[in-house]
Design a protein around this ligand. Structure first.
Ligand code: UDP
Ligand code: MG
Length: 308
C-alpha cells in the first residue's frame, strides 16, 4: 500500500511523458513522498513503452503495464485503477492538460475526509465548436440519464479507496467513465481550472472517436432513446390514421381522381425513414448487449514492470 497512486493512460505520448513525470513528481513531493505512478501504455506505436521502462529503472515509484494493442482510454483508466495500490488514486492525462498544480489541493481535501472524491472541470473552453458540442452533449446526457455529469468535466479526479473499489465493481465492457463516476455516487468536491492547450504531442481524438464516445455515454446510461422510438412510431400511426380519414372523406365527397402520387411517395419515404431510425436505436442497444454478453476482457497485458 501507499498513500497516493497516479494513474496515467498513455497512447503515443513519447514527447511528453518524461516532462510529465518530472513536473508531477516535483509537485506531489511537496505533500507526500509515499506515492506511485501507474502508467498504462495503451498499445502505443511510438517509443512510449521504452520511456516507461526507462522511467521504471530510474525511479522505483514508477510501475507500468503495456496493453497488447490499443484498447482505448476507458480501458486504460480501468486497468490503472485495478493496478493502483494507493489509499487515494488520481487519474490524469499524460499531456499536462490536467493542471498538476491542483494535486496538493485535491490531496488536502481528501485528507480532511469530508469528501470522497475531488474532480476538476474546465472553467471556460476555448476550443470553439468542439467545446460547444461537448457542453451540449453533457446537458443532453444529464437530461436523458439523470446522471449529474457537469459541462466541462474532465477525467481528472482524485478518489479514495472506497470509491475506486466501487468503480472496479462495474466491469462492463462498454465503459463510459464519466458516467461511471457519477453512477457510483459519493460526495464530490468540484474544482475549476483554466483550459490548458496541449504543448507537446497531439490529441488522440478524431471526429469518429468523439461520436462513438458520445453514443457510448448515452446508450450506456440511458434507455430513453428506446422510448423515443415508440413515441415516434405512435405519432406516425396517428398521422397516418388522420390522413386515412381525410382521404376517405374526400373520396366520398369529391370522387376519386388519380392524384396524390407525390404525397404517397413522401409518406413512404418519411415512414420508412422513421422505421429505420427506430431500428437503428434498437440495434445500438442490441450491439452493446451482444458485446456485454460475450464477456470479453476489457484489456490484455503484453508486458508489465517487475514488482519491487
Ligand atoms: N489515450 C489513451 N488511449 C487512447 C487515446 C488516448 O490512453 O486510445 C490517453 C492519452 O495518451 C492522454 C489521454 O488519454 O493521456 C487524453 O488524450 P488526449 O490528450 O488525446 O485527449 P484530449 O485531451 O484531446 O481530450
Ligand atoms: Mg489532452
Amino acid at each position: 500500500m501507499c498513500k497516493l497512486s497516479i494513474v496515467v493512460p498513455c497512447y503515443n505520448e513519447e514527447e511528453v511523458l518524461e516532462t510529465f513525470e518530472k513536473t508531477v513528481s516535483q509537485i506531489v513531493e511537496s505533500v507526500t513522498d509515499d506515492y506511485e505512478y501507474v502508467l498504462i501504455d495503451d498499445g502505443s506505436k511510438d517509443k512510449t513503452l521504452n520511456i516507461m521502462r526507462a522511467l521504471h529503472k530510474k525511479n522505483r515509484k514508477v510501475r507500468y503495464i503495456s496493453f497488447s494493442r490499443n484498447f482505448g482510454k476507458e480501458a486504460g483508466m480501468y486497468a490503472g485503477l485495478k493496478e493502483s495500490k494507493g489509499d487515494y488514486v488520481v487519474v490524469m492525462d499524460a499531456d499536462l492538460q490536467h493542471d498538476p498544480k491542483l494535486l496538493p489541493e485535491m490531496f488536502k481535501i481528501l485528507e480532511e475526509k469530508e469528501y470522497q472524491s475531488v474532480a476538476v472541470r474546465r472553467k471556460d473552453r476555448k476550443e470553439g465548436l468542439r467545446g460547444r458540442c461537448s457542453n451540449l452533449f453533457f446537458k443532453l446526457l444529464s437530461k436523458l440519464s439523470g446522471l449529474s455529469t457537469k459541462p466541462g468535466e474532465m477525467d481528472y479526479r482524485m478518489m479514495n479507496r472506497n470509491m475506486v473499489n466501487s468503480i472496479l465493481e462495474m466491469k462492463e465492457y462498454n465503459r463510459f467513465t464519466k458516467g461511471i463516476f457519477s453512477f457510483v455516487g459519493f460526495d464530490t468536491k468540484w474544482l475549476e481550472q483554466e483550459d490548458i492547450k496541449r504543448e507537446l504531442g497531439t490529441t488522440k481524438w478524431t471526429l469518429k472517436s468523439l461520436i462513438k464516445y458520445s453514443m457510448e455515454g448515452i446508450t450506456g446510461f440511458s434507455t430513453k432513446p428506446l422510448v423515443l422510438s415508440s413515441i415516434l412510431g405512435l405519432l406516425f400511426c396517428l398521422i397516418a390514421f388522420v390522413l386515412i380519414v381525410i382521404i376517405v372523406f374526400k373520396t366520398i365527397v369529391f370522387g376519386e381522381a388519380v392524384r396524390g402520387y407525390p404525397t404517397l411517395i413522401c409518406c413512404l419515404f418519411l415512414c420508412s425513414g422513421v422505421q429505420l431510425f427506430c431500428f437503428g436505436i434498437m440495434g445500438e442497444y442490441l450491439s452493446k448487449m451482444y458485446l456485454e454478453v460475450k464477456n470479453r476482457p476489457i484489456y490484455l497485458v503484453k508486458e508489465r514492470s517487475e514488482e519491487k
